[in-house]
Design a protein. Structure first.
Length: 352
């Protein structure tokens, strides 16, 4: 499988630091991330078309290159920012499951469910293949393929947890997917009439082809509430495929690590704990025992955690190193965009 063409970092290869030391050294970075999230929230409030998660990534990149702040980002704040990009990302992904209404997804009908699954599969495989052909370094082809096919930076963060990807690969991939998703907000509404899409069909196309949930909302609302409702439900279906995709990547990597043991003498879990938590959250939401107020609080916490994690990932971006592969990354981004938009458009025409 193409995603396994890279060397696998042996489990337990990095010595673990004592928890107390890690926690105490993380506060400067976590504090900086909190400030970044607060600024991202303000930007979103002033400019609703810019999702808070998108703003968080951009602000993280800016902090890493701002004179007077970049030394702090790369020095004393690095442990906390890395912690945010790993652990807070996992918690946020678990809470993401509480926003998934299975009754809405199943209400789409099996033809639409099959269409969405086909779009995800075609986008993932096509983007991964193209990224390898272009020679992008590290895990960028795998991460970009995941971001385009599922739900943007959140999916990239989820897969990076099981692939052991370098922070720079994660951040660069998140930045590219975020940029293309943001451009979709402006481009896709202009194509509704030329492509002959009704409001319902346009909503489904947006839900099947745009990456981040916030970007889906910003794009689909231009065609009215009917379009927005269809877009969100189709998008939820794509989010539901996050767990199977992450589990498949974990299984494939585990197959390569067969026979290897972690530092504690145990084999890696067949399904990552945060993926199991995501599925448990979906199941809990499906029971209907949680009141609407609790779901709203969980959604707010999820947004804050993911924004904090994405700020941390953004702060790991080195624009100078990105520039060396910028042309190839741009080609991959454009190619993946054409794949997901084209396949989803064909799927919508067959199911509406």
């Amino acid at each position: 499988m193409a995603l396994l063409n890279r060397p696998v970092r042996p489990a337990g290869s990095a010595p673990a630091r004592p928890v107390s030391r890690e926690t105490s050294s993380s506060w400067p970075g976590l504090g900086l991330a909190a400030v970044g999230v607060a600024l991202a929230w303000c930007i979103h409030r002033l400019l609703p078309g810019i999702p808070m998660l998108t703003a968080s990534v951009v602000l993280g990149i800016g902090a890493a290159h701002l004179p007077g702040l970049r030394d702090t980002v790369r020095g004393v704040a690095r442990p906390g920012l890395s912690l945010a990009g790993r652990r807070l990302m996992r918690i946020g992904i678990v809470l993401l499951g509480l926003g998934l209404g299975l009754e809405q997804v199943l209400g789409l009908g099996w033809a639409t469910v099959a269409m969405v699954a086909g779009v995800v599969a075609a986008t993932f495989v096509g983007t991964l293949w193209l990224g390898r052909r272009l020679g992008l370094p590290g895990d960028q082809p795998l991460l970009i393929a995941t971001g385009y096919s599922i739900c943007g930076a959140s999916a990239i963060g989820a897969v990076s947890q099981v692939s052991g990807s370098d922070e720079e690969d994660v951040a660069a991939s998140a930045a590219l997917v975020t940029l293309c998703g943001t451009l979709a907000i402006a481009v896709l509404p202009l194509l509704q009439d030329p492509l002959g899409l009704s409001d319902v069909a346009f909503g489904r196309w947006v839900g099947a082809s745009v990456h981040d949930v916030g970007q889906v909302v910003a794009t689909a609302q231009t065609a009215g509430p009917g379009s927005l409702g269809e877009a969100v439900v189709v998008k939820l279906m794509r989010v539901a495929l996050l767990a199977p995709l992450v589990a498949a990547v974990a299984f494939a990597l585990r197959a390569r690590r067969r026979g290897e043991r972690t530092a504690s003498g145990r084999r890696p879990a067949p399904v990552p704990l945060f993926v199991a938590g995501f599925l448990a959250a979906v199941a809990l939401r499906a029971t209907g025992v949680l009141p609407e107020a609790a779901l709203e609080w969980a959604h707010t916490l999820q947004e804050l955690l993911l924004a904090t994690a994405l700020f941390g990932l953004g702060s790991a971006v080195d624009l100078r190193s990105m520039a060396r592969t910028g042309g190839r990354a741009a080609v991959l981004g454009l190619g993946a965009w054409l794949v997901v938009a084209g396949v989803s458009y064909a799927g919508v025409l067959m199911t509406v």
